[in-house]
Design a protein around this ligand. Structure first.
Ligand SMILES: [Zn+2]
Length: 456
């Protein structure tokens, strides 16, 4: 069986919308941060879905210009009235505690306490999400409505946390394919009970991993990373520099269940194959979509696209971070992210990977004027007249541009036809002996990889 026909089929997972949302619901209550047991628990849950290795990197490890921080864990946190009533309660929402708060247990005057309270006055019923990874402090996040009810002169304050030497934990799943060249899929796993940012990316990545695992054969090898934002991708890159030359294409997945159409942010390279594949898929996608240029701000594509790394890694999301008011607030909850939009994003990822898997190059075996298609049955059995005509145009494009230099993606772009149609036409022409695949892709992949490694 050839590699081209062997990639996983696109619609085998019919219940995926409900599964994506269920996984998010399972992970929602867990208190995650950039380190700690919440990350481990999250990764253990994902291990039920795909063969994930859980890696531990000790506190103090130097990773490029950064250092793996101390590990943070929190068991409980509250503010109580002096007669023992919890007026702020971590057990009610883990967003109530500023992530990485140092332990505290004492009385505080209301005036002092207010200096440690964060609210969103413009959305008085929402709790903001705040972190303090690299400045030692403590704090609580509450609704502005709750703040107004705090009128006692003094309160009891407790954050039962630990910040001590431990590990940074991340998950990695490597799925070998026919080619040693890799596709990298990365998502961040460091946010507590927040759905669009970041549980939607985790869910889509996990189920894409399951889909890829189930494929009988893969052209590319796949590497899925579930890492804490920024420090996690930096740690992986710093400790896996020998693996970087194999990465040909990559996607950071985030914000995939919220409102709005799909948005693809190009890699730093801008015109990499993954950039073209994503732009092509989104252009033909039903519903709104947008292609954005690279900016050195955002999610972990910042690290993958730093100048010394410069991988072809873009970012797929729906409405990007910071462009919806629910971002980094308690309103980014399970109702903000719908199963339908999660599935739509998941299908778009599948389609992008499908283009990468099947983007091969053909050569016409009958390049001297057009071959006679009717004689070969290529004009018949093609449905109604309009459909027949559009199929014919695709066949002619594929025949015309299959000169050994244009890949199927090149042809799809130039002909403005969906990649699937172009690929179907190429397969039909190959079956009738009119096209020959110039190369399988694999031998060239290996040769290119060896050349890259020789140069580095
Ligand atoms: Zn975030």
């Amino acid at each position: 069986m050839s590699v081209v026909e062997s990639a996983p089929s696109l619609r085998a997972d019919a219940n995926v919308a409900a599964e994506l949302h269920r996984l998010m619901s399972d992970l929602y209550p867990i208190c995650r941060s950039i380190t700690g047991n919440g990350v481990r628990e999250t990764l253990h849950r994902i291990q039920q879905i795909l063969p994930l290795s859980i890696r531990e990197v000790p506190t103090g490890t130097r990773v490029f210009d950064w250092t793996v921080p101390r590990e943070w864990n929190v068991r409980d946190a509250w503010v109580k009235t002096l007669d023992g009533q919890r007026v702020i309660d971590f057990l009610e929402s883990n967003l109530h505690v500023v992530s990485y708060s140092i332990p505290v247990r004492r009385r505080a005057a209301l005036s002092e306490l207010k200096g440690h309270l964060h609210t969103l006055p413009e959305h008085p019923t929402w709790i903001p999400y705040k972190t303090s990874y690299y400045a030692e402090t403590w704090g609580f996040c509450i609704t502005a409505d709750r703040l107004r009810t705090l009128t006692d002169p003094e309160y009891e304050v407790c954050i039962d946390s630990t910040l001590e030497d431990g590990h940074l934990t991340y998950g990695e799943c490597y799925l070998p394919g026919e080619s040693p060249e890799e596709v990298l899929l990365s998502c961040h796993i460091c946010h507590p009970s927040l759905c669009n940012d970041n549980l939607s990316g985790i869910s889509v990545a996990a189920l894409l991993g399951r889909w890829l695992t189930s494929a009988s054969r893969r052209r590319f090898s796949y590497r899925l990373l579930f890492v804490p934002g920024t420090i996690g991708s930096i740690t992986w890159l710093a400790t896996n520099q020998d693996k970087l030359s194999a990465i040909r294409h990559g996607l950071v997945l985030s914000g995939l269940g919220g409102p709005g159409g799909l948005v693809y942010k190009r890699s730093r390279q801008g015109v990499a194959t993954v950039d073209r594949a994503a732009a092509h898929v989104l252009k033909h996608w039903s519903g709104d979509s947008d292609i954005r240029e690279f900016v050195p701000y955002g999610y972990d594509e910042r690290q993958y696209c730093s100048p010394g790394i410069n991988l072809a890694v873009g970012c797929l999301s729906r409405t990007p971070y910071g462009e919806y008011p629910e971002y980094h607030t308690s309103a980014d909850d399970l109702s903000f992210v719908t199963p339908e939009r999660l599935e739509d994003s998941y299908r778009a990822c599948q389609s992008i990977l499908d283009v990468l898997e099947h983007d091969v190059t053909y050569e016409s075996l009958n390049p001297m004027c057009e071959p006679q298609l009717g004689r070969r049955g290529l004009y018949n059995a093609m449905g109604g007249a309009a459909e027949s005509r559009s199929r014919e145009i695709v066949l002619l494009w594929v025949l015309n541009l299959s000169d050994g230099c244009h890949s199927l993606l090149d042809i799809a772009e130039r002909s403005r036809q969906p990649f699937d149609s172009v690929r179907s036409a190429a397969l039909a022409l190959e079956q009738r002996g009119l096209l020959r695949r110039v190369h399988s892709g694999i031998a060239d992949d290996i040769e290119r990889l060896e050349r890259t490694r020789g140069n580095s």
